[in-house]
Design a protein around this ligand. Structure first.
Ligand code: PGA
Length: 257
């Protein structure tokens, strides 16, 4: 079994979300003070939603200037115009960027966010420019991450290699089925492809905070933590070799470990 240095199990989703927000608030506060800049890797999906609310409320209670705070997202469906309500762009704007901009902390999402454009003609060019931009910003300081029921990270589905970088990928049937709940329950409405950071891109983050909640994740968590070696069959196993990854579980997700 691969051992991971940092695992914390919380009583429930609420406690996990509060702890994750505390952790990120502290990191961004320190980063802005010490380096004058903080680059935050954002994830979308069911799991981080409450975390963003908590982070917004911490920033409301303890304001800091966000002039040098930047966000970078993991992935976007393809094809998917930003204006579509189901785009991750729209989700981020609704859940985090817009409320943050309203707080008068000098955050401007026209200037300070990066999310793949799911409406481009040339996804390869988009992927290359995206990685270049992350590098220009000095890399990701803290990346928030969820885990798919099939062990994917970002949209790096089973089979994704350790060295994979930002690229256009095909979504598995199981991922499209799971995400159909965000498309009115209609799997046909879920795009078949996405642009995602690669495994390597994700592992370049200086610190990774993995949030896992709910009994539907218990089985894959057991598989991840009983893997003898990282394997492309379960891309999340690559995280076990990242030196600064913290796993935050609730008791339901950790039930079989
Ligand atoms: P979820 O998604 O937070 O909606 O469970 C996690 C993922 O698929 O990465």
């Amino acid at each position: 079994m691969i051992s991971s240095k940092s695992i914390t199990i919380f009583s429930d989703y609420e406690a996990l979300s509060i702890a994750a927000a505390d952790h990120v608030y502290q990191a961004l506060h320190d980063g802005l003070q010490e380096k004058g800049k903080f680059v935050f890797g954002c994830a979308t999906g069911g799991t981080p939603a409450r975390f963003y609310q908590q982070l917004l409320s911490l920033l409301q209670q303890h304001p800091v200037s966000l002039r040098s705070f930047f966000t970078v997202n993991l992935d976007e469906y393809y094809p998917m115009p930003q204006s579509n309500e189901q785009s991750y762009y729209s989700w981020m704007k609704r859940i985090f960027w817009h409320p943050l901009q309203q707080m008068n902390l000098s955050f401007d999402y026209e200037r300070q966010v990066l999310i793949p454009d799911g409406d481009v003609q040339d996804p390869r060019k988009e992927a290359k420019q995206y990685e270049d931009k992350i590098r220009t910003w000095g890399g990701i300081d803290v990346q928030i991450l969820g885990i798919g029921e099939n062990g994917h990270i970002g949209f790096n589905e089973p089979g994704s290699e350790r060295g994979s970088r930002m690229r256009l990928v095909s979504l598995t049937e199981s991922t499209r089925r799971t995400n159909a709940k965000f498309f009115g329950g209609d799997i046909q409405a879920v795009p078949k492809q996405a642009i995602t950071m690669g495994v390597e891109t994700i592992l370049e983050a200086k610190e990774i905070l993995v949030l896992v909640s709910g009994k539907q994740k218990a089985e894959i968590m057991k598989k991840i933590f009983s893997a003898a070696e990282p394997t492309s069959d379960i891309p999340a196993t690559y995280l076990l070799k990242h030196p600064h990854t913290h796993w935050f579980f609730d008791t339901d997700a950790a039930a079989l470990m």
